[in-house]
Ligand binder design. Sequence first.
Ligand code: S3P
Length: 437
Amino acid sequence: MSALCSRFADGLHGTISVAGDKSISHRALIFGAMAVGKTTITGLLEGEDVLCTAEALRHLGATITKEGTLWVVDGVGVGGLQEPSTVLDVGNSGTSARLLMGLVASYPFTTFFTGDASLRKRPMQRAMTPLQQMGVAFTARSGGRLPLAVNGTADTLPITYTLPVPSAQVKSTVLLAGLNTAGITKVIEPIPSRDHTERMLEAFGATIVISHNEQNERVIALEGQPELKPQNVLVPRDPSSAAFPIVAALITKNSDVTLTNICLNPHRIGLITTLQEMGARLTLLNKRIEGSEDVADIRVESSTLKGVDVPASRAPSMIDEYPILAVAASCAVGTTTMRGLGELKVKESDRLAGIATGLAACGVTVEVADDTLIVHGKGQPQGGATIAVNLDHRMAMSFLVLGMASKNPITVDDGSAINTSFPNFVNIMNAAGANIQ
Ligand code: S3P
């Protein structure tokens, strides 16, 4: 355990380069491994989660090296994975677990997965259910938890699967299993989620068709067993990591920062929309397309925020951002109501409970009713608490940001989980004006 303490900060200044996008980094490695030949990746997030995916892919036969700042993946081609000779330990990373479970499902061998204490509590049945429909068997701990074994088969069946929860991870589980399955695998998304997998499959040369059915649900159809062609992938910076300096700049006085090269995939911008509704001074600059993704720079200036009502329909486009939005809401004036937060209970920790307990300890008035979180903002919070982050990187970073604007310092009991997604968080924030030790 390594505690970190964040004290009041005057404001943030300068240009900030946050970490590479976590979702895109996982996928760049995976599709690189599935292509025939050498894929290069610029801007890969070198966080623990992504490094777990890289290590797992090595055990499955891909060659992954770092040459200078460039990552190089020498792929084995669709159908070319080998049985790993050891358990794949994917640490804290739900994305690694669920995506790789799908990837290995269509091979006639057994793959064992485990993870850290946080990941071993998280539900894997949501990834197992569609794979079982495709003909794959599992041996898992009760409740569909890790450790588990995927008993793959070379005869997976193409299925049409309607997602019961909006989850890009489960969507990707099915599509990755479909990649090495003869025929057309379809995923139906009643509520759309981040589409990095679809964009990257297309860029690597797969035949993937996206349409809408009569109910206006998104239908993704992937033709199995393509030959994927290696790519030079550019990874933009992570909007979910950018969220921390963005909110820090908004809630501290005299801030003026620019965050460069941020991924603004339309399925990831719910926080930006919400902050703008709260009165945030955010300016999107140099909007452009880079690689397969929408990208822009974001200028952020200190702002007086007001409480808003955040609809449940926005949750998939900001699912990782509720802890930091709750921090912004605590420093706003008025009530912010966030609805449809059921999925927060099964993230790296139970974030709904953690936000409520942590904010209350910092003197903020909070209510939780079913899947709704209500924060009564009254300007500057008291702070002065120590928060248990339960191996959850986003909870740690959120409460450190709150400490920057609170009357008294805020300590998080363990900052080590920050390395999973944003290894330079403390240095980057301190260089811009924070006081985190
Ligand atoms: C991710 C999808 C989201 C998100 C996670 C990354 C991805 O999870 O919370 O951090 O890369 O596909 P769900 O798909 O479970 O909502």
